[in-house]
Write a protein that binds this ligand. Structure first.
Ligand SMILES: O=C(O)CCC(=O)C(=O)O
Ligand SMILES: [Fe+2]
Length: 318
């Protein structure tokens, strides 16, 4: 391997990281002499020689995330998916020349250095209000399905974690009610055009992406519907890994939202956030026109109980 410049080597696959994390019982490994020259020249360490019967335990998503976070901060891992470090002074001095279609340099830097940012003013009011109306119509037509009924047999995430009802837009494919996929109505079509165009292009210019996107419209009912603390993906720096979501962007569609309506997103700070104690929270209101952008594998978030009908379109990019 010596002298190889293969870029792949600077990334570790998520599976590798989980396996390394799982190999906590070092007593199973052979004793290596401190001085490696003592090893017989033909010594080859083959882990399989030392493996005992594999014990597969089901562990929860939050346990797995906790282990991974102990191994390396999720933010540091995911930052390796960016083409540049955005928090250096040299990079920021040049921020005036960044060629973004819609993001500001500040939003890009926040996304890089703390894992999330909020942006506003990207879509016309007419489109946003139109999409809100379309969401109401989809609700009237009975197109939403409780999210629980999709995750019912997923041992990784507790079905009780969320009270929302969802549907999917899949512009390339036919509507399929059984799968929760509906035809994209015209105003949502325009939001999707924005996402697939300038928005995706800006994200792609700073972060390695395959360009695949999923679109989910979620409804939280006014009887206190919530979604407990979770992360949208496992942190990985492997550009070949298309299982894990990389970017979550939530487009809020709620005109006239005020404090008493609840439904805010609580964002949990990370141990490596500058100046903020671990677990300190930031609150984001789901206001019409606001877009919350997260590194999916990095930021824990929660939706607080909602006391008014709450609609949001979430896009995940891989
Ligand atoms: O609606 C929101 O504010 C975020 C939704 C969310 O966290 C998710 O669907 O994973
Ligand atoms: Fe989420």
């Amino acid at each position: 391997m010596e002298g190889s410049n293969n870029q792949q080597e600077q990334y570790s696959s998520l599976e590798d990281r989980i396996l390394r994390m799982a190999a906590t019982d070092v007593s199973d490994l052979p004793d290596f002499p401190d001085d490696k020259s003592d090893l017989p020249s033909d010594f080859e360490y083959n882990p399989e020689d030392y493996q005992e019967e594999e014990v597969v335990e089901e562990i929860s998503e939050s346990e797995l995330l906790k282990y991974l976070d102990q191994q390396e901060s999720a933010l540091s891992v995911v930052q390796r998916l960016f083409y540049h470090e955005l928090n250096t002074s040299g990079y920021q001095r040049n921020s005036g020349s960044w060629n973004f279609d819609c993001l500001t340099p500040q939003a890009a830097e926040e996304l890089y250095s703390r894992g999330w940012t909020e942006i506003e003013g990207q879509l016309d009011l007419e489109i946003l209000r139109g999409a809100h109306e379309e969401a109401l119509q989809l609700m009237e037509q009975g197109q939403f399905t409780p999210a629980k009924s999709f995750s019912g047999n997923d041992p990784f995430r507790d079905a009780a974690a969320r009270d929302d009802s969802i549907l999917w837009f899949d512009p390339g494919n036919q509507a399929n009610h059984g799968m929760g996929i509906v035809d994209t109505p015209p105003y949502f079509e325009r939001i999707l055009e924005f996402i697939q165009g300038p928005f995706m292009s800006d994200i792609k210019s700073m972060l390695r992406l395959n360009g695949r996107a999923e679109y989910q419209l979620a409804y939280f009912h006014p009887g206190g519907a919530r979604y407990e603390r979770h992360r949208d993906a496992l942190p990985t720096d492997d550009p070949q890994d298309t299982n894990q979501r990389r970017i979550s962007a939530v487009f809020y569609l709620n005109p006239g939202w005020v404090t008493g309506h609840g439904g805010e997103v609580k964002i949990y700070s990370r141990p490596d956030d500058h100046g903020l104690p671990e677990g300190a929270e930031r609150i984001v209101k789901p206001l019409l026109g606001r877009i919350l952008v997260l590194l999916s594998g990095v930021v824990d978030h929660e939706i607080l109980p909602s006391y008014k009908d709450r609609y949001a379109l979430t896009v995940w990019m891989r």
